[in-house]
Structure formats: C-alpha cells, structure tokens
Design a protein around this ligand. Structure first.
Ligand SMILES: *[C@@H]1O[C@H](CO)[C@@H](O)[C@H](O)[C@H]1NC(C)=O
Ligand SMILES: *[C@@H]1O[C@H](CO)[C@@H](O)[C@H](O)[C@H]1NC(C)=O
Ligand SMILES: *[C@@H]1O[C@H](CO)[C@@H](O)[C@H](O)[C@H]1NC(C)=O
Ligand SMILES: *[C@@H]1O[C@H](CO)[C@@H](O)[C@H](O)[C@H]1NC(C)=O
Ligand SMILES: *[C@@H]1O[C@H](CO)[C@@H](O)[C@H](O)[C@H]1NC(C)=O
Length: 313
C-alpha cells in the first residue's frame, strides 16, 4: 500500500512540477502526440486544417558551424513548446540541385506546426558555403541566424575525428591530424586543410555580413552548451523573442553518457545519439599550440565583430 501511495505521490509531484516550472504539459503532449498521429495516419489537408496545423518556412536557421554542436542546439531548442524543428538537415541553400527545386520544395521539407509556433532548421554547411547568405537573404531578409561555435582548435580536431571515423568504417587509411594541419614545405599551418579553414570563423562571418546586419545573428557558445546548457538556451529564447520556457527540469545530466538528456515531460525524454561524444585523438602539444597561435588573431576579430568574447587561447 505504501509503495502504491509513493508512486501515486511522485506522479502528482511530477505533474505539479511541470506546472510549477511553467511547462504547459498539455501543449507539449499535444505537440508530440498530434504530430505523431498526423504523420503516421494518412492525414488529408482537411484534417490538418481542422487542427490548425500547417507548414511554415523557418523563422530562424542554425547556419553552423560543423562540429559546433548544431544538433544538440536544435534538439534542446525543440524542448520549447513554441519551437518545431526540421528533423533532417535540409541542405536547401548549399546544394544547387535542391535550391533549383524552389522554395516550395523547401517548405515541403518543414514539419507541421501550429500558427503560434516557429520552425527552425539546421544545416551546418550553410556557414561556409559562399552562395548561401545571398540565397537566404532572397527568401527572408529579416530571418534570424544562429551560429554555434566551439574553441577553434577543438573544433578542428573534432572535424578531423568525424572524417577519420568515416574512413575507418570503410577500412581506408587516413593521415594523422598533425600531418594534415601542418604544411610540410613551409612548416606553417596548412590553411588549405578544410578542418583548419572552417575554424577561421571571422572569414566566413564577414562574408555573411555583406548581406545581413550583425543584429540578425546570435552566437551560441558550443563549449558552454555542453557543460551548462540552460544559460545558453535562455539567451537563444531571448534572441528569438520567445517566452522563457526551457528549464532545468527539461535537462538532466546522464553520468553514464557524460552528457545531458532532454526531458520533454514526465512521460517522454530522450538522450542525444551516443556517437555525438566521440573521443578525440591525442594531438601533439606543440602542434596544438601552433594552431592556437594561428587562430588567435582571427578569434580577436571574431569577438570584436560579434560583441561576444570567449576565453579561447
Ligand atoms: C493514404 O494515401 C494514399 C495516397 O494518397 C492512398 O492510396 C491510401 O489509400 C491512403 N491510406 C489510408 C489509410 O488512408
Ligand atoms: C522573416 O523572418 C522574420 C524573423 O523571424 C519573421 O518575423 C518574418 O515573419 C519572416 N518573414 C516571412 C515573409 O516569412
Ligand atoms: C574492414 O575490415 C574488417 C577486418 O579486416 C572486416 O571484418 C570488415 O568487413 C571490413 N569492412 C569493410 C567495409 O570492408
Ligand atoms: C543514461 O545513459 C545510458 C547509456 O547510454 C542509458 O542506458 C540510460 O538509459 C540513460 N539513463 C537515463 C535516465 O536516461
Ligand atoms: C611534436 O611535434 C614537434 C614538431 O613537429 C616535434 O619536434 C616533437 O618531437 C613532437 N612531439 C611528440 C611527443 O611527438
């Protein structure tokens, strides 16, 4: 009896907690249940209209950066009852073939949403692809742009690690990180290597600024998002003009994974894919420091432009 009572009480406690921390349970459940139902069932346009569901173009796009934590950011933002996410990377603006299919094709790729909700998609290649800013500008010149970055050397190693894993899966050999980042002829940092170039954030951002004012960008600290997500998410909520709804209740640390999991409500939670926390190879210290010295001036410029300073070396 005592046991049953305990379960009962903890259930009520959870329900109360939901409300106390301002997550409207019904909204969340409705959001999930309805979406699933309508996707599984073969819903007609009429049924969708009845539920006031429709597809909307994104009001905000996570434009990058690759290995910055774009997936984690998108998943965490989708904890917000007013945010719906495009599950797949859409690659509309960076892929000519997709782009030629037109904005209607892009819209079709978006999830169903209620009128008060905003849609967000992420495609990390957008940040470094030259044609993208102008194309996004043509669609919506006042769109909000989210850029999540990590310390540039760590990001480069992470980028390398992902490519390495792909090669290993195909039983292909791959050069060591140290061999790729240093130009053997000059003994300087090899700026032809993509993992190095992508970490020169200011170079790409300056190109974006030819189309959008800096006010339309929000920079997310990807290193901070991993260790302490909530403060970063609150800043994004503000930037998107959304009421603050994501709370500590929605994010719980899983010690086994060493990473945060997402709790949508007392029934439904999920952890981000395990492959996201890859172990990086040990990098020769002197080469790591060389890279840090290389990125240093670009980082200073990045802080200056964005008004957001990081304690990168
Ligand atoms: C789903 O849609 C297809 C194509 O429009 C149709 O042929 C099929 O009968 C529908 N199935 C159900 C269960 O409504
Ligand atoms: C463009 O994006 C802004 C910012 O999210 C939004 O307020 C506006 O409604 C969008 N315009 C169109 C035409 O979608
Ligand atoms: C890679 O090599 C391993 C061991 O030699 C083998 O078992 C595996 O099938 C290979 N994988 C591919 C994709 O060739
Ligand atoms: C924590 O992570 C482990 C390993 O991925 C998983 O088996 C377990 O279910 C997770 N626990 C919770 C409470 O999410
Ligand atoms: C690290 O790289 C430097 C410069 O290439 C080299 O002199 C040094 O021996 C390397 N250290 C280790 C531990 O491999």
């Amino acid at each position: 009896l005592l046991h049953t009572k305990f379960i009962y009480l903890s259930l009520i406690f959870h329900l109360l907690k939901q409300h106390a921390v301002c997550i409207p349970l019904h909204t969340l459940q409705r959001k999930q249940a309805l979406h699933l139902k309508l996707h599984r069932r073969n819903s007609t346009r009429e049924q969708l209209r009845m539920h006031h569901l429709f597809k909307q173009l994104p009001r905000a796009i996570i434009i990058g950066v690759r290995k910055g934590g774009t997936r984690a950011l998108l998943e965490m933002l989708s904890l917000h009852p007013a945010v719906v996410k495009a599950s797949q990377e859409v690659h509309f603006f960076d892929n000519d073939e997709n782009y030629d299919r037109g904005v209607d094709w892009y819209l079709k790729k978006m999830p169903f949403s209620f009128p008060h909700q905003i849609t967000i998609e992420k495609s990390p290649a957008y940040f470094i692809t030259e044609e993208v800013p102008e194309r996004i500008f043509k669609m919506n010149s006042s769109i909000k742009l989210l850029l999540i970055v990590r310390e540039p050397t760590i990001r480069a190693v992470s980028d390398y690690t992902q490519v390495l894993e792909g090669k290993e899966r195909k039983n292909k050999t791959y050069n060591k990180f140290e061999e790729l980042v240093i130009d053997t002829k000059t003994c300087e940092v090899n700026t032809k290597y993509k993992a190095v170039r992508t970490s020169i954030y200011t170079k790409y951002l300056e190109h974006w600024l030819k189309f959008f004012p800096i006010e339309q960008f929000h920079i997310v600290d990807g290193d901070h998002l991993i260790t302490d997500p909530l403060p970063e998410l609150k800043l994004v909520e503000q930037f998107l003009n959304l009421p603050s709804r994501i709370s500590q209740y929605n994010l719980y640390f899983n010690a086994t994974r060493g990473f945060f999991c997402l709790r949508f409500n007392f029934m439904f939670s999920k952890c981000l894919a395990g492959s996201k926390g890859r172990i990086h190879p040990d990098v020769n210290l002197s080469i790591k420091e060389k890279l840090q010295r290389f990125f240093h001036p670009f980082n200073q410029k990045f802080y200056q432009i964005t008004g957001r300073t990081f304690n990168w070396p």
